[in-house]
Design a protein around this ligand. Structure first.
Ligand code: GTP
Ligand code: MG
Length: 179
């Protein structure tokens, strides 16, 4: 934390969410920021923004979160928000492995816009849709891809809320250390 006069400068970090259309990026933010979930799909147009305040060791810390659109026609707008990211979160749909195959490209594009390599996360969402017996397979594939990317792997569900809070706390904690 830095002080200038009596004004406290709150530390902050920038996070960008990327990944294919409909994988569940916006739903993750709706779960964490508002504790809501909606089964109806509403495409993100270009980019959305959220700000979340965390308290880490009694120090306020703001996470700026940019939720980009997966639709191809918004690619240019979305990509213009990649610069200056401290964290990149690439999301895939655990019930649709086609969305895992594009993760490397999403990550490379977002990382490539930054001069300092950001902290990287690979999130497998919609885990509630994966049958119990198939979950280990998803974790294996997710971990392998995460290793390739040098990212941390997080399986979550926005519908059930599984792991969502823990994932955000982890993001904030890692960003805080480098902030
Ligand atoms: P774009 O903004 O177009 O890039 O899509 P997005 O990645 O933001 O996807 P969005 O969060 O809008 O979710 C797409 C659809 O998947 C919606 O119908 C959601 O209700 C559904 N969905 C998202 N997360 C989950 C989840 O964890 N479980 C289940 N069962 N459905 C989910
Ligand atoms: Mg969206």
């Amino acid at each position: 934390t830095s002080f200038s006069g009596s004004k406290v400068q709150v530390r902050m970090a920038k996070t960008v969410f990327v990944g294919d259309v409909g994988v569940g990026k916006t739903s993750i933010l709706n779960r964490f920021c508002r504790d809501t979930f909606d089964d109806t799909y509403r495409a993100t147009i270009g980019v959305d923004y959220e700000m979340e305040r965390f308290w880490i060791l009694n120090v306020p810390f703001n996470l700026q979160i940019w939720d980009t659109a997966g639709q191809e026609r918004f690619k240019c707008i979305a990509a213009s928000y990649y610069r200056g990211s401290n964290i990149i979160v690439t999301v895939f749909d655990a019930s649709n492995l086609e969305s895992l195959s594009t993760c490397q490209r999403w990550m490379d594009d977002a990382v490539g816009a930054n001069s300092v390599v950001p902290i990287k996360f690979l999130v497998a969402t919609k885990m509630d849709l994966v049958p119990q017996g198939h979950q280990d397979k998803i974790h294996q594939l997710g971990l392998r891809m995460a290793n390739l990317m040098q990212a941390e792997y997080w399986p979550i569900s926005s519908k059930s809320g599984e792991n969502v809070e823990l994932f955000f706390r982890r993001m904030a904690a890692l960003a805080f250390e480098i902030g």
